[in-house]
Design a protein around this ligand. Structure first.
Ligand code: UDX
Length: 457
């Protein structure tokens, strides 16, 4: 009974709202002075996006060469629309870059958007977040909000609150958790069109300030969820782990389909027609990668273990993801008669997904490493991710076009779903009398069209 009462109270505490009320910053205009610590994907898109919304933004990073690059308008990674957004706001003097922390002293809001990489045990390394917090605490002079954008383990924001209390700065500083859900490749578009804004805070005033910051989104009826700090942190992890589970699930369904001669594309489509399931994240592939899904899923599993929760489903999603890469490797070996020595494998796609040059935790990395160990010769092509891959595998051949990667290959392995990989000219496929085998892990090639062409040529 006690539990039931607590649940009801908790339910009312977490309210969905679309209106902005009183805020710490309400006496000022709607133009806030903001510092963003960390200029990675999240920090840079956030900084440029907030500047575009009309705020005054200073982006801070300890990496001097990165800041020098940004000051010249060069974005250190590929992200559609970001370069234009940065250049425009730098020229309008609403966006600044620096390695110094001075701007924090006079900022209304300080966002922390530094990296939180995986430790070797799967837990999340929050050292950069706490170092940023220590810097803010040492500089802080005026009332401000510390807003955590970095994905941090549940309970981190409460620890930051505790640090503030210990330094007796709790009259001046507030902590807010405002998780980021943007996807690489569509980050700018996602910033301006979020599915939801999650605001975790222990004070209504702090929460209201963040609503004011994003008031132009709220007026477009984008839902805002105001909740406590731990719930906001959990929403981020629970969302990413759910997406990971969905992908691993469809990857296992794809194996089942293969064994029972069912058409996986039809099966996924049929499932997705159910509005409760939806079509998104139901595409089988070489396993999920990137800077977030694998890392956050591991961190959630680790956090759950620490509090005695046996999260079998999340564990299984990670195991299935590793197994998926091993299965692909086994299939490649099988297709080449279990003898890869001296065989040439053309690889189309190195990025962890289309639309980005990011190769972090891309399945291509594991697969290439294993293929090399087995003596295969690799000819790789990716429209934009080759430079990043060269730093890890300088020894493989990088081609100028998808056709070059295909020439003389014994097998073509498609790993990323770039649009340009959806078609192959049958004339490019044949090298003398030889036809390479094709393994399309993303199911993007129109096989029927290709077979017809080959029959008629
Ligand atoms: C993800 C989350 O989507 C985003 O909300 C969060 O802020 C950061 O992490 P991102 O890393 O950009 O974004 O990649 P996402 O588009 O989610 O794809 C992740 C991986 O899953 C990719 O390797 C992709 O190829 C794979 N994937 C995705 C599939 O294999 N099948 C699918 O149906 C969807």
């Amino acid at each position: 009974m006690k539990q039931a009462i607590i649940n009801i109270v908790a339910f009312f505490l977490c309210c969905l709202t679309t209106t902005a009320n009183q805020s710490i910053l309400s006496e000022k205009t709607d133009r806030f002075t903001i510092s963003v610590i960390g200029t990675g994907y999240v920090g840079l898109v956030l900084g440029a996006g907030l500047a575009e919304l009309g705020h005054q933004v200073t982006c801070i990073d300890i990496d001097e060469s990165k800041i020098a690059q940004l000051e010249e308008g060069n974005i250190p990674f590929f992200e559609p629309g970001l370069s234009q957004l940065v250049t425009k706001n730098v020229s309008e003097r609403t966006l600044f870059f620096t390695t110094k922390y001075d701007s924090i002293a006079t900022s209304d809001l300080v966002f922390i958007a530094v990296g939180t990489p995986s430790n070797s045990d799967g837990s999340c390394d929050t050292s950069a977040v706490f170092s940023a917090v220590e810097t803010i605490l040492s500089i802080s002079q005026t009332t401000k909000i510390i807003c955590i954008k970095s994905t941090v383990p549940i309970g981190t924001c409460c620890k930051i609150e505790q640090l503030i209390k210990e330094k007796q700065l709790n009259n001046a500083l507030e902590v807010v958790s405002n998780p980021e859900f943007l996807r690489e490749g569509s980050a700018v578009q996602d910033f301006f069109n979020p599915d939801r804004i999650v605001i975790g805070a222990h004070s209504q005033k702090a929460s209201d300030s963040i609503k004011k910051l994003f008031s132009s989104f709220i007026s477009k009826n984008i839902p805002v969820l105001e909740t406590d700090l731990a719930s906001a942190e959990t929403i981020k992890y629970a969302s990413n782990a759910f997406l990971a589970i969905k992908i691993s699930y469809i990857n296992e369904i794809a194996h089942l389909c293969e064994k029972v001669n069912a058409n996986c594309a039809d099966v996924a489509f049929g499932m997705g027609l159910d509005k409760r399931i939806g079509h998104k994240f139901l595409k089988p592939g070489p396993g999920f990668g990137g800077s977030c899904l694998p890392k956050d899923t591991r961190a959630l599993l680790h956090s759950a273990r620490e509090v005695g929760v046996n999260f079998n489903l999340v564990k299984a999603a990670l195991e299935t993801n590793q197994h998926q890469k091993e299965l692909i490797l086994a299939k490649v070996c099988g297709l080449l008669d279990d003898d890869l020595g001296g065989k040439t494998i053309g690889i189309w796609g190195l990025a962890f997904k289309a639309g980005t040059d990011d190769i972090r935790e891309s399945s291509a990395l594991y697969i290439i490493e294993q293929l090399l160990k087995k003596g295969a010769l690799i000819k790789a092509y990716d429209p934009i991710a080759m430079n990043n891959c060269k730093k890890i595998f300088p020894e493989i051949e990088y081609c100028n076009s998808k056709e070059d990667a295909l020439a003389d290959a014994d097998l073509l392995l498609i790993l990323t779903e770039w649009d340009e990989f959806k078609t192959i000219e049958s004339s490019n496929l044949r090298s003398g009398s030889r036809l390479p085998k094709i393994f399309d892990t993303r199911n993007i090639l129109s096989i029927v069209k290709l077979e017809n062409e080959l029959i008629h040529h």
